[in-house]
Design a protein. Structure first.
Length: 298
């Protein structure tokens, strides 16, 4: 079995283990939250349930992404993981909105909260969450990272629950339950924003923000025989690969050597700009259309 296949199987196993842990702790937290009356515990239970759902989505997306290209989807299924990540991150935002709403409502309408139950349930959940974070930390792909963000936020939430329980026992400050819940929601918003942008960029076929497009164009124009380059497209088919296509304008005397020229340019672009897939079309300058913009805005 190849190294890549072994890593992929390990990824699926990690997701299944983390999913099982989350389902178990979610049930315990629901019971503990109802017994203690703690919004923070119930909020953490809701978040843990979303973690379980996100892990299930990540696993399904991972399985789908491993399918080979076919006649219907000739590019394959690798973007399934990006779609799974986008679904996870969107639900994470919705949960954060709900938690923020509940936190504000409970702050102005406080209810009695059982500190000891918060501490016990929170401590047990914190151990489980930390274990899940460790399991998922070995993979940094966008799909797994969306589930990983769920788990990081939940780990902070459970630690917050424990701290809140201690403060309630020591100082009888019931409002701290709402404050902790609001902080958790804000954390989700901040960190989720950056991850969801990455998923959207891939689905919108955007070039990476740090890609030197003008430098690449200048590199191509520097080749002997290339008069100009236009209709340039750079995008990520998925999180791991970077692709580029463009039209080359070549002189009549170099048109016969176009294949050799294209091979040389492709090799240079792969080496200097990290491009995995390069497709170039050579054109004899007088035959091209008049729209010669580097980026064609159709």
């Amino acid at each position: 079995m190849g190294r890549h296949s072994h890593i992929e199987i390990e990824k699926g196993t990690r997701l299944i283990i983390a999913l099982a842990l989350n389902v178990g702790i979610t049930v315990a937290q629901i019971v503990g939250g109802l017994l203690s009356g703690s919004l923070a515990v119930l909020a953490d239970a809701a978040h843990n349930a979303s973690d379980a759902a996100s892990l299930g989505i990540s696993w399904a997306a991972w399985r789908l992404s491993r399918r080979k290209a076919d006649e219907h989807r000739t590019f394959g299924y690798r973007r399934a993981e990006t779609i799974g990540a986008l679904i996870n991150l969107t639900t994470l935002f919705l949960i954060a909105l709900y938690l923020l709403y509940e936190a504000v409502d409970r702050f102005f309408n406080p209810q009695e909260v059982g500190g000891w139950v918060m501490i016990i349930v929170g401590a047990v959940a914190a151990v489980e969450d930390a274990l899940s974070v460790w399991i998922l930390s070995k993979d940094r792909g966008l799909n797994i990272r969306s589930a990983y963000l769920h788990m990081i936020a939940d780990t902070l939430a459970t630690v917050g629950v424990v701290i809140g329980g201690v403060l309630i026992l020591l100082f009888d400050v019931i409002w701290v339950d709402s404050v902790i819940t609001a902080v958790i929601a804000l954390y989700i918003f901040v960190h989720g924003y950056y991850e969801i942008r990455k998923a959207i960029d891939i689905l919108m076929e955007s070039a990476p923000a740090d890609f030197d497009l003008q430098g690449m164009v200048a590199e191509v124009r520097g080749f002997e025989g290339v008069e100009d380059i236009h209709h340039v497209h750079v995008w990520r088919p998925d999180e791991e690969r970077l692709a580029m296509e463009a039209h080359l304008m070549v002189s009549e005397r170099d048109l016969m050597k176009a294949d050799i020229l294209k091979r040389e340019i492709k090799a240079r672009l792969r080496d200097r700009f990290g491009l995995d897939h390069v497709m170039l079309e050579a054109e004899y300058a007088p035959t091209v259309d008049h729209d010669r913009a580097v980026i064609r805005r159709e």
